[in-house]
Design a protein around this ligand. Sequence first.
Ligand code: UD1
Length: 365
Amino acid sequence: MKLILVVGARPNFMKIAPIWRVLETQGRAGEAVLVHTEQHYDDKMSRIFFDDLKLPKPHYALGVGSGSQAVQTAKVMMAFEPVVIEEKPDLVVVVGDVNSTVACAMVAAKLHVPVAHVEAGLRSRDKRMPEELNRLMTDVISDLLLTPSRDADENLKNEGISEDRIHFVGNVMIDSLRLLEGRADESPVLEQTGVAEGSYALVTLHRPSNVDDQKTLTDILSALDHIQKHVPMVWPIHPRTSKMVDQFGLRGIVQEMKNIHVIEPVGYLDALKLQKYAKLVLTDSAGLQEETTAFGVPCLTVRENTERPVTVSEGTSTLVGVLPERIISVAEQVLGGTYKKGRIPERWDGYAAQRIVAAFDTLGN
Ligand code: UD1
């Protein structure tokens, strides 16, 4: 069976790595062709993840880069089509919900190549998010829908997708987390940043709805300003956010918050360590919502909705929205020791990639 595994952007690498590893362990690495669209291309958004996750050099690097939603999606499609024609795979595997995911799924489906979608079925029901459109469109055209949680199965069934296409495999990101948390413990990032275990807050922000809107970004900064007076904060800043902080003239406000350490984006091992030992995490990242649940660390999710409801119903996440009063009041619960405890959802056990590869093998049976 020849497989194309697609990665494009930062949150894809830790989802493909465990699948690659299972194929390698089964002596089947020769069946897999790794394609990187290079939607993310900076070393700190891409290469460092290949190193940390021990992913091999991609067989194809498509050099797509940044662009508007349409331009980026179209460029991925144009660059990926000749690869599929050349390689004639039996299956194209896409993960997550970024523009590269839907673009490559569409190319494969139009060439009548079966598509497997890892992390299928998640829904925020907010079609203003590009990721929600990517999820909906990818699921409709995928042959194998590999879901991380039971709610995802329900969403797909409610959309009329037949049950034989749906496989509840669990959360593959947790495979990477469990495999590498030991190595992550050795990262010097806490000492380098000047914070101590269990006594700082980690911040990440990158959603366009939060950072591309001046009032929303200013509101979030005012919440951070309040919280940093009580607990030191570490903020690895996403390139999009850094650009918008400058564009809105907010750099001075950020620099004045003396208890916030703004650092460059971090690699996978540093990101795990920063989460695992944080007192709390404030984020709009989907990946961090899930990783904090796996670590049992309180997560204030700076969004109005989530496509990952188990992180709220079972895990350690709370949707705090973007208004300072609510963000501050939930942060105070954490700092005051009254915040909820979570549990780890079903099949977030480190073995999802094995189930995923087993599902690939059902194709054609
Ligand atoms: C993308 C995904 C989002 C994911 C996020 C993780 C889509 C629609 N969005 O958003 O789901 O959560 O990745 O980071 O696919 N840039 C760089 N260097 C890079 C990449 C980007 O400087 O290596 C800058 C560029 O100015 C670019 C901006 O960041 O315009 C946004 O990048 P883009 O890939 O469009 O979206 P993200 O916000 O990263």
